[in-house]
Design a protein around this ligand. Sequence first.
Ligand SMILES: Cc1ncc(COP(=O)(O)O)c(C=O)c1O
Length: 461
Amino acid sequence: MRAHEAGALHGDIGNRGPAWLRTPADVNALVPQLWPRTATRAADGALAVGRLGVREIAAEFGTPVYVLDEDDLRSRCRDFRAAFADADVYYAGKAFLCRAVVRMIAEEGLYLDVCTGGELATALSAGMPPERIGFHGNNKSVAELTRALDAGVGRIVLDSFTEIDRLTALARERGVRPGVLIRVTVGVEAHTHEFIATAHEDQKFGFSLAGGAAAAAAFKVLDEDVLDLRGLHSHIGSQIFDANGFEVSARRVLALQAQIRDARGVELPELDLGGGFGIAYTTQDDPSAPQELAKRLRKIVDGECAAERLAVPHLSIEPGRAIVGPAVLTLYEVGTVKDVDGIRTYVSVDGGMSDNIRTALYDASYSATLASRASTAQPLLARVVGKHCESGDIVVKDEFLPADVQPGDLVAVPGTGAYCRSMASNYNHVPRPPVVAVRDGRARLIVRRETEEDLLALDVG
Ligand SMILES: Cc1ncc(COP(=O)(O)O)c(C=O)c1O
């Protein structure tokens, strides 16, 4: 172990990287599952996506920039639609939402899940049919619920007794009968990071199954003639690869469905199993294709319904990350390359935790490649960091880049479509990057870059 004055813990953090990270045979190679579907190395060695070279994209839009491969996103929508042909696929807008994406998913036949007034406003302003919108959230305000009712959203997912009372009063005032689901906390410990696991008992979302709140909520809603209880909802977390969690969740939620039937003689017609399907951020991740997911979920639901002697409800799912995550890469320019005392090489880029908070927030792992050129240099284990005033401002913890990586190079980080732009901040007064959709050799700005003027315009003191 290397001696270090900070002690054994720090000293142990060598420059080897995690055990699973292999030195690549070809440091320029693109591992297909990590990259948008149209990404290639062009003849000049630079990365291209949507048949556009990244140097051209950077020259036109600057860096950092989120580059969205429109064909990739649309093809993932179609994959989910085809795999879940007899179910409704709600795109979880929290992963990334803007008008252009609303139109893309609507054109591809998806539904849309929103969870705030802002997301609802974006959806409506892009022309999403309100009946294809589901409204989520653990603390929807009276104003948000009112707006949802007035817009005629297709369904509202109830999350608390307070909300049941709130919505009942609003629906009665308006003489409407909204479709609702009950969000059930099924007590599953999804094997993912604590902050993106959402169905273990001790957390803010939903009605607890084990404590009886979920059954009580269902009975209360059934007693309210102005609410149309369509079904139960369970979302167990995000970035999940293991079907066991879905199996336990489906079993428990369908047992509640049977309990409701036995007590009230009502079989709820719908069931939402949430989202959370994992994607590949590194070569370690091995996500299932939508066809495979559909087959497994269908088998689980059919089996549980048969066991409970229930008619199979109409299913819906809510993937966010699995649709938009792999469709986007972030392009950065390298500013400095620093070899720290033989411990590690830090490659600093012109963005960081303000455009991708996931590494700092969830300890997420990412991959990267030198994008503006190919290199014949040896692979060098590097850490890609941002420009912010936090030592935790890490974009990619460990990645092999060519040893000749230098200021002015472009580095691309794949898998940044979900929860990066949507969680972006202005930390250190850094304006948020634009989103550019590329397709068939053409680039289209869909979210413009923030400017210092935008930031100063908010500062009215
Ligand atoms: C209720 C609900 N549905 C769907 C999603 C989407 O999850 P993912 O993007 O991992 O598919 C989330 C994510 O937090 C969620 O809370």
